[in-house]
Design a protein around this ligand. Structure first.
Ligand SMILES: [Zn+2]
Length: 89
């Protein structure tokens, strides 16, 4: 899990996601399934903690170590779009 502080933190992971183009499935708002490179799906959970931090958790090995993985980046791009739509609705 990592705390999202800004988009610059995601640049590398976004570039990787654009290259790999994982499938992102919407589960519910803040919860997504992203296809892994070796098949199967990882679950990515985006949420706002009580102290206002945005946290992103992915079930893959890299994220366990606190790395920003491309699954998180892929899920976040969908999440941010949805959050924006919700805010303007
Ligand atoms: Zn991941």
């Amino acid at each position: 899990m990592f705390i999202l502080k800004g988009i610059s933190q995601l640049e590398k992971a976004i570039a990787k996601a654009k290259k790999i183009r994982p499938r992102v499935e919407f589960d519910c708002f803040g919860r997504y399934r992203v296809s892994g490179s070796k098949g199967g799906f990882y679950t990515v959970i985006c949420k706002k903690s009580d102290n206002g931090y945005k946290t992103v958790a992915c079930t893959c090995k890299g994220a366990e170590k606190g790395l920003v993985c491309y699954h998180s980046a892929a899920a976040l791009s969908l999440h941010i779009g949805l959050a924006r739509r919700q805010a303007t609705a």
